[in-house]
Structure formats: structure tokens, C-alpha cells
Ligand binder design. Sequence first.
Ligand code: GLU
Length: 298
Amino acid sequence: MNLPVFRFAPSPNGLLHLGHAYSALLNRDMTEAAGGRLLLRIEDIDPGRCTPDLEQAILEDLHWLGVRWEGAVRRQSQHLPDYARLLARLQAGQLVYPCFCSRGDVRAAVAAGGPDWPRDPDGAPVYPGTCRNLPPARVSEQLASGQPHVWRLDMKVAVAGLGGTLRWSDAGEDGAIRDISADPAAWGDPVLARRDVPTSYHLSVVHDDALQGITHVVRGRDLYFATSLHRLLQELLGLPAPVYRHHRLILGEDGRKLAKSAGSASLRDLRETGHSPEDIRMLVGLSPPRGSTAMPPP
Ligand code: GLU
């Protein structure tokens, strides 16, 4: 029998905070309950923001929290050729196109389109499609001259090739599995390979979830809409679809998502001010682990 495989996949671009702790502990608890395996993946494709020191801090924090993983840690930055190969498959299928627009070019085109310009599920303006149908000779010339570019998914072409509606199974907070229909088109033509690295979060995550045999993806609700795009990529690339669970987010006192940039306390701060791993469980609303001697809240 194949055991369920879970993963925790942080990006080392800041210290972990309570939101990460909730995700890591929930993955750990669900792995234990399912008698499965938990893997750790470091999503460090962003060379400008991810550092080895921050990765080390993540490993220490997880260790302190009591989250253990099986086998070697997968570091995405060490596998860029894998993602480049996946991109090459999309290129061969003419499902992606190079986009030479700078951020300023996109901003100007969007501004010219007026105030009602469509936005993607993350709130960013949908790409206006400037480079979607450039003459092939011009594309070859610009590529040959080394002009900086990203690779975008040609969404119209990608969804046109689908047999029917894309769906995924999502386990709610109550554990009931819901059948969700995906809406990848809401993303417009998303970037699948950046200027600086031959990949993106979306491409690497579907690659690694498949490669590592992940059967259960447990992550925050902030990635709920990204799952539509992940399902599309899985379909285009013949990769299996895990079961998803998008858990509640731990919000700050101001009701906003926790973030280092917003000054949220890191797990390290909490540890240094005397909090225990059991306190962290309670702070994120998880019941104490079995056999814990921690007192319930009054
Ligand atoms: N690396 C992502 C993050 O830290 C998580 C990706 C995922 O769980 O799919 O937000």
C-alpha cells in the first residue's frame, strides 16, 4: 500500500512566524494521523531574497517546534535544470511564449486600458498580452540578441486543449472532501519562468510535488486560487494531482496576514521571549499533542 506523503515547503526569505508554524504543525499532525511521511522542501529559487542563514533558521525553528521530516531536504535552487527541462516541454508544445516587456511597459499598457482593467486572484493587473503574438522572426531575433525576457503561459492555447473542466479535491477544515472546479483563466498569461531563473514558484511546485510523490498538499488559503493554475500545469504536463487542503491563515491583531515586512513576531522572537512549543500550538489554535502535560487554557 502506498503511504500518504505530505510536505512542508517554506521559502527562506524571512524568519518563520506563527502562520508557518500552524502550517508545519498541521502537516505534521495530519501526517501522523494518516500514518504517512512528511518531507521538507526549501523553495529557494529567488536568489535575491533567499539566504542560507534564513534556511538554517528555518531548520532550527522546525526542530524546536518538534517537526521532523523524512530523508534529505530538497532545495529547489539545486535543481534548476529540472525546471528548465519542464519549461522546454511547454516551449516545444508552444504553450509558452517569451515576453520582453519590462515592468514599466506592463504598467503603461495597463494604465492605458483604464481603471477597470482585470486583476488576477492576487490582485495584480492581468498581463495585456503585448508579446503574445509577436512575429516569429522578431521573437527569434530578440532571443538571439539576448534580450531579457520571461516565459508566459499562453492561457488561451493551454485551456483550449483541455478535454473538460479541470477539478481538484479540497479537504475543508471539517475534513470533508469537496470537488472544486478550477478557473486558471483568471490568471491571464502568468509568468512560468522569470528573467533571473528558468522557473517560477508555479512551475517548480508542480514539478516537485510530482517528483516527490506528494499525495497531500496542506497549505494556506492564500494559495487557494494558485491551485487552479497548478491543476492546469499538472494536466498539460501529465503530472498527478494531489489532494489539497487550504487551511485558515493566522492573522495579526490588525486582521491582516502575518508577514515579516509587517513586523509580525517571528518564532525566534517568541522562543527568545520564553514561549514553549506547546505555547505556539495554543497560539495557533491547535490542541496540545497527545500525551502533552501542557495545561489547557483557562
Ligand atoms: N513556498 C511557499 C511559501 O512559503 C509555499 C508553497 C506551497 O506550499 O505550495 O509560501
